[in-house]
Design a protein around this ligand. Structure first.
Ligand code: ADE
Length: 244
């Protein structure tokens, strides 16, 4: 996969893209990440990229010309261009899975108090990483690139890979433990020490359902649930069993 990042602050990406899974995926040729400075597409003497808003108000707005040009400089027939903004659709794992199938993703990082509305016509999609406001799209782009890259074939070597992650199943993940079997009086559940794989699996599924019901019940409406899952959830007091 090729990823192009359009930003006013390319230096913000040096650390995150040079460690761990993204670093390895880049070294293995699984992903190519290129950084582009939007300011290089401002042609006036001072390379101005923002201006005051029409209608007045605080703050500055990113001008359309440098953004359009920057997007056009990376766009190919197979591109999917994303604008990161708190006004976008909120990212979830299903959206990440969809994005990971594009051969080329270009990500535009907004800055200042906003981006000229006409830029929305130059992108394929506007995304937010959550209902809170960052100083710019750069930290959101780091989150988005990390979530995409770990889904690319070969990026995660371990068995199961990203398919076993929290949210991949539409549920939160079951609790995990490692040695020691007892730590400060807290014991690892007996079933995990039993060696009975079927029982372990059943326990893990039950815990994932229980945790999702307790912490994120709204996820259950869209999770693919078996008849047995529904039975378990009903036993836990889930009211949605009939509706689903
Ligand atoms: N820019 C500022 N806040 C953002 C958010 N929550 N998601 C994506 N881009 C942003």
């Amino acid at each position: 996969m090729d990823i192009d990042l359009l930003t006013l602050f390319p230096e913000m990406f040096a650390g995150p893209f040079d460690a761990s899974i993204i670093k390895r995926a880049r070294a293995a040729g699984i992903v190519t990440i290129r950084l582009h400075n939007i300011r290089d597409h401002a042609h006036d003497r001072h390379h101005v990229v923002d201006d005051t808003p029409y209608g007045g108000g605080d703050g500055m707005v990113m001008k359309p010309e440098p953004l359009f040009e920057a997007i056009e400089s990376v766009r190919r027939p197979d591109s999917h261009v994303i604008l990161l903004t708190p006004q976008g659709q909120v990212l979830d794992q299903a959206a990440v899975g969809r994005l990971a199938r594009h051969p080329h993703v270009a990500i535009v990082c907004g800055r200042y108090e906003g981006v000229d509305e006409r830029v929305s016509t130059a992108v394929d999609e506007e995304l937010s990483i959550g209902d809170y406001v960052l100083s710019g799209g750069e930290p959101a782009a780091i989150v988005l690139v990390d979530a995409i890259v770990r889904l690319l074939p070969g990026a995660i070597g371990a068995e199961g890979g990203a398919a076993a992650d929290s949210h991949a199943s539409g549920l939160l993940e079951h609790p995990q433990y490692t040695r020691p079997a007892e730590f400060r009086g807290m014991k690892v559940p007996d079933v995990l020490l039993s060696g009975n794989h079927q029982e372990v699996h059943r326990w893990q599924r039950g815990e994932a359902l229980k945790r999702t019901l307790e912490r994120r019940p709204e996820l259950l409406a869209r999770a693919p649930l078996t008849a047995e899952d529904r039975e378990i959830l009903r036993g836990l007091g889930w009211a949605g069993a009939e509706a689903g």
